[in-house]
Ligand binder design. Structure first.
Ligand SMILES: [Zn+2]
Ligand SMILES: [Zn+2]
Length: 354
């Protein structure tokens, strides 16, 4: 499971203590119920997902009619398969319609809507399944998987997602680990030296593997990319590469092992944390600033998932988007929340780069 904790996505604190719940009959699946842009599902737009969860939390906290104490859901799942901790396990949801429904089931919401992105991605279905299994193992959820509309008059969770719920909420492709019995493409992840590889993994390390595969002549399964989200094409190309090394069976299922990865790249990425670059001084930032530190700041904000205000890539010219993104980051950290002015000081810099 690719899990993003509350601190990981920059949750605001609950308005008041969330009600503890020991166990439930199961989990109810929700959708956003409003338009979700289809472009959100593109791999490069995963950087927007944490901001989306923050926006939903903010809208729920502002909803005085429902008087929500927090984001209504126990978890949210983005199109890239990441599970965002909402209220979390053992917390009563506010999403199912009324108190007795809220006590009976947890609530997990997928980032799909009633227009735009209406069909969940395969990675998202796997993420929903991850969230359900997490609530079972960590929150005492029972075996039921239902939709919001079961028991309450609503269109939620939308046609495509509800059809999946009615089929028993299966993992796509039948895989949850290992190579599917039908000889399909392996869909599981491994962590090597602190970085994740395999179906649904996301990050620079994935792009680097794809580029190395292409440069060694193992790119025939790509119709686009390679990019930062690991797809079936990455797995298939990696399997070709493994076969070229003489590997067979589960050693050649397209999910990297340490030895083949090191051989492909010439080194093993990850592990050692990069040193924090020295803080250049607050005078390098703010209106009128134009220097390489502004670019470095922007790139790091995007990398950490705080890039939602950029309409074009970060650059050397300081802009309002830089300030708003820095502010989001500051609000996400308790150490910085007292002074979210959007201008980086030494502590903001240190926390952002470490
Ligand atoms: Zn719902
Ligand atoms: Zn995402």
């Amino acid at each position: 499971m690719q899990f993003v904790s509350r601190s990981g996505w920059g949750a605001r604190p609950s308005r008041y203590a969330l009600a503890y719940i020991g166990s439930t009959r199961g989990v109810k699946v929700h959708y956003e119920g409003s338009p979700v842009p289809a472009s959100l599902a593109r791999p490069e737009n995963h950087s927007q997902c944490a901001g989306r969860v923050r926006d939903i939390q903010a809208s729920h906290l502002a909803n005085r009619e429902e008087d929500y104490s927090d984001i209504a859901y126990n978890a949210m799942v983005c199109p890239h398969g990441y599970v965002y901790e909402g209220r979390g396990a053992h917390k009563k949801t506010g999403a199912n319609g009324n108190q007795s429904l809220n006590i009976a089931h947890y609530a997990v919401c997928a980032m799909v809507g009633d227009s735009g992105l209406t069909n969940p991605t395969d990675a998202q279905l796997n993420g929903l399944r991850d969230a359900i299994e997490w609530l079972r193992s960590s929150g005492g959820a029972g075996s039921e998987i239902k939709g919001h509309r079961d028991g309450y008059a609503t269109s939620c969770p939308g046609g495509p997602l509800y059809a999946w719920v009615q089929r028993g909420a299966p993992r796509p492709g039948g895989g949850g680990g290992g190579t599917p019995p039908d000889g399909g493409t392996a869909r599981y992840t491994v962590t090597i030296n602190g970085l994740t590889y395999g179906y649904g993994a996301n990050g620079d390390q994935v792009t680097k593997v794809g580029q190395a595969l292409v440069s060694k002549g193992f790119g025939r399964h790509y119709s686009e990319g390679p990019g930062p989200t690991w797809t079936d094409a990455d797995t298939q190309n990696y399997a070709d590469y493994q076969h070229s090394l003489g590997l067979t069976g589960s050693d050649a299922d397209g999910v990297p092992g340490e030895t083949s990865l090191k051989q492909l790249l010439g080194y093993l990425p990850g592990g050692t944390a990069k040193p924090v670059p020295p803080f250049p001084g607050s005078d390098k930032f703010g209106p009128g600033a134009n220097n390489s530190f502004v670019t470095a700041l922007g790139n790091q904000l995007v990398k950490r998932g705080f890039g939602k205000h950029y309409t074009e890539g970060p650059g050397p010219q300081w802009g309002e988007a830089d300030r708003l993104n820095v502010k989001d980051f500051q609000l996400s950290r308790s150490e910085l929340r007292g002074d979210p002015d959007g201008i980086p000081g030494p502590l903001t810099w240190k926390l952002l780069f470490s």
